[in-house]
Ligand binder design. Structure first.
Ligand code: HEM
Length: 168
């Protein structure tokens, strides 16, 4: 009887203590994966994955009146001819790839020089960022990668958004 009671006591104690020592294999492997996640460039699917997102993003930005990508009504209207569009997409893919840690070199012009005189407002920049988020979601890019890329894009804001002249 005494032995049975001791046995029961030990069993109950084990049940309570077990969760404190148990590290599930799923949790362990998740931790291992996040220790070595690869560059953002790799996690976005390298140049091919980035190109898919950029093509969708450029089409979305061009169609978005809140962005006014073609800069109508400014001193720098931009006509998206097939040649100019192809160059924009090529340079944007290179720009994002290089910023995300990829091997491609960016062959375009410097951000401030490209956008000088376009009079881009904070609201237009925000609208374009939302278009990028929509394209990333469309292609199933995980939230973590979305946040990392958006943080990189955010670093370009200062050179692209221009102080607006007073109209009165
Ligand atoms: C509302 C915000 C923006 C507007 C209206 C805008 C507009 C434009 C336009 C019209 C061009 C073509 C210029 C030309 O070929 O002469 C251009 C080029 C470019 N933009 Fe933007 N842009 C914006 C934001 C951004 C952001 C956030 C990035 C970076 C992530 C970016 C990266 C580029 C690049 C890499 C080029 C190509 C430069 C080259 O071909 O030398 N732009 N942009």
């Amino acid at each position: 009887m005494r032995n049975r009671l001791i046995f029961q006591g030990v069993s109950i104690l084990t049940l309570f203590l077990f969760p404190a020592f148990w590290k599930g294999p799923a949790l362990g492997s998740e931790e291992a994966a996040s220790d070595n996640p690869g560059t953002l460039y790799e996690r976005l699917g390298q140049s091919e994955g980035i190109r898919l997102v950029v093509e969708d993003f450029v089409a979305r930005g061009l169609a978005d009146r809140a962005v006014n990508f073609t800069r109508q009504g400014t001193s720098r209207p931009w006509v998206p001819t097939p040649v100019k569009l192809a160059r924009l997409i090529r340079h944007l893919v290179q720009f994002i790839s290089a910023a995300a840690g990829g091997p491609e070199a960016y062959e375009g012009r410097e951000m401030k020089a490209v956008h000088a005189g376009m009079r881009v407002t904070p609201a237009e920049f925000d609208a374009l960022v939302r278009d990028l988020e929509a394209s990333l979601s469309k292609f199933g890019v995980e939230i973590r990668e979305q946040e990392e890329l958006l943080a990189l894009v955010e670093t370009t804001r200062e050179g692209i958004v221009e102080p607006q002249k007073q109209t009165s």
